[in-house]
Design a protein around this ligand. Sequence first.
Ligand SMILES: [Zn+2]
Ligand SMILES: [Zn+2]
Length: 387
Amino acid sequence: MALNRLCGREKVKSQAWKLPSAAQSLCPVCLQVIDAKLYEQDGQVLMGKSCGEHGSFKELISTDAKFFLKMRRTHYERPSGVDNPNCENDSHCPDGCGLCEQHLSTPAMINIDLTNRCNLNCPVCFASSNTTGRMCEVSLEQVEKMLNAGRNIKPHPASCLQYVGGEPTIHPNFLEAVRMAKPMGFAQIQAASNGLRFAQSPEFTEAAAEAGLDVVYLQFDGLSDEIYIRLRGRPLLETKMKAVENIGKAGMRVVLVPTIAKGLNDHQLGDILQFAIENVDVITAISWQPVAITGRIEESRRREMRFTTADLARALFEQSGFIDMYRDWYPFSVVSPFARLIEIVKGQPQMRISCHPHCGCATYLIDRKSTRLNSSHIPLSRMPSSA
Ligand SMILES: [Zn+2]
Ligand SMILES: [Zn+2]
């Protein structure tokens, strides 16, 4: 009961956490906000919605209703809101945001697009880099303004910074942008990168570390060149290995970021996990990114390609044999009660992660070598019973 009061469980309980439930979504044609309904069918979770003008739509949200409902049940939400919203003309999400007043919490991390240029030309690209026909690159003055805005968000400033793109490392002032951010109080500075510059130049890698870069959020789609040729248009495995080596030597850390495309590299999840475990001195995390299925693709084709968080959890269990799909995964907000506790002890606002329970989920692995039990890794949620 005390924990419930501390972390705001009452608020979550008061919402309809069962299926069917109501939601809001967008019409995929006119992008108007429309009412939607989430419901279970054959063990899966679907969203039904209709736009007065463009008809009805049906989307697959999760391939496993049990997994979906566990994420909802363990979601801790105690919104702090944003004290100083920054939007013009009463605009707000999804049309205008800077942040707007609709956000439940301040951001854990801000992403700044340094450039839309890239030194790769991937068939699969989140950012449509190199395909828009125009260049968009921010100046150092603009970067400084955005960094200040991020650190000025109340009640809690953005804790982490990630430079993204395009390929952020090819911005002519990338190192200055990192150096500028360092004294502003960001706990961690990351660059989301394909790793080419880090692989090609140990000098550049050293300079990035010296400027204050902490983590390279490294695009890493698998452990065979066939995958890179299909996803990125060229063989890149050796480049990725060199990047990990150079980044580690420079004293920085790597988060592997595999883009998961169904039927293309979803059979390599276990191998990627094993590679991370073997290089745990450099690689601190894996950020699995199921490829976003957006745009006006036929429903049957969307359904065929969609790879939900439940699919990821199931495939990882099948391939690793030790990360249980239902027991070991939690929504990010599960750390919120601890933030609230620190808030009370320190008397200062702390970041409360309010990330939607179906937007992402996480698990921690503990290296049991450090506990001298044996050499395997186990999920944190299994520690009390098997340590
Ligand atoms: Zn519409
Ligand atoms: Zn907003």
